[in-house]
Design a binder for this molecule. Structure first.
Ligand code: ZN
Length: 58
């Protein structure tokens, strides 16, 4: 399983996401960015940052 903490990209955000693949996490992050950070669209540069911070967990 993979894991991502939004706080790795957005300081002070405590949201945590887990999924079976990067794509599964990115889908959750896109929804979270829209709902909680008011981002209409997640720029490619941010997607790259998110991908870089996704790591494997047991
Ligand atoms: Zn967040």
């Amino acid at each position: 399983m993979k894991e991502f903490f939004c706080g790795a990209v957005v300081p002070d955000c405590t949201a945590r996401f887990t999924g079976e693949s990067e794509e599964a996490i990115l889908a959750q992050v896109a929804r979270h960015a829209h709902d909680d950070h008011g981002m209409e669209h997640v720029p490619d540069s941010v997607v790259d940052e998110v991908r870089a911070q996704i790591h494997d967990v047991e």
